[in-house]
Design a protein around this ligand. Structure first.
Ligand SMILES: O=c1ccn([C@H]2C[C@H](O)[C@@H](COP(=O)(O)OP(=O)(O)OP(=O)(O)O)O2)c(=O)[nH]1
Length: 156
């Protein structure tokens, strides 16, 4: 598969010094997204109290090629050390979305956490998608599992 190109537009107000999403290692699945805060929040950052959530701007808009999506996922280190996660993980960025790319963060930790301007707050995974067709039917095909679910195959 050839490398999909994501077109990235910086907002007029965004700080151009903040790096675009990038893969930190050769084999990384996710490209780190950075907070690009509004000018009035840059000095002080944005503090998330325990259980508080907020959309953190990236200062970017993207054009994802048709047939792909972008998933926004938490960074494990932030989750482990500070309880910073995404209530909508994985956030879905649709190929036809042209609005601001925001990262919805939640502080699941017990202490307030400061999001600094330029901080790496989440990671973006680009993944192929297919759109299925949903068809009504009167009967579904037989399987060994049948209607068994929710732990029906037992423990261990
Ligand atoms: O973490 C996220 C999740 C979504 N979006 C943007 C891109 C996405 O394409 C759009 C809509 O997201 P989604 O479909 O998850 O939201 P919805 O609540 O179903 O809204 P809509 O009715 O607009 O589809 O919002 C973000 O910027 N960040």
């Amino acid at each position: 598969m050839s490398t999909p190109i994501i077109k990235v537009l910086r907002e007029d107000w965004a700080d151009p010094e903040i790096a675009l999403p990038r893969y930190e290692t050769h084999g990384a699945a996710g490209a780190d997204l950075r907070a690009n805060l509004a000018p009035e929040n840059r000095a002080g950052g944005i503090t998330l109290a325990p259980m508080q959530r907020a959309i953190i701007p990236t200062g970017l808009r993207v054009e994802i090629p048709k047939g792909f999506e972008m998933q926004i996922r938490p960074r494990s280190g932030l989750a482990l050390k500070h309880g910073i996660s995404l209530p909508n993980t994985p956030g879905t960025i649709d190929a036809d979305y042209r609005g601001p790319l925001g990262v919805l963060l939640i502080n699941l930790g017990t202490e307030a956490y400061l999001i600094e301007h330029g901080a790496r707050i989440a990671q973006a995974i680009v993944a192929p998608v297919v759109q299925a067709r949903f068809e009504v039917t009167d009967a579904l095909g037989d399987t060994a599992r049948g209607a068994g679910g929710f732990g029906s195959t037992g423990k261990g």
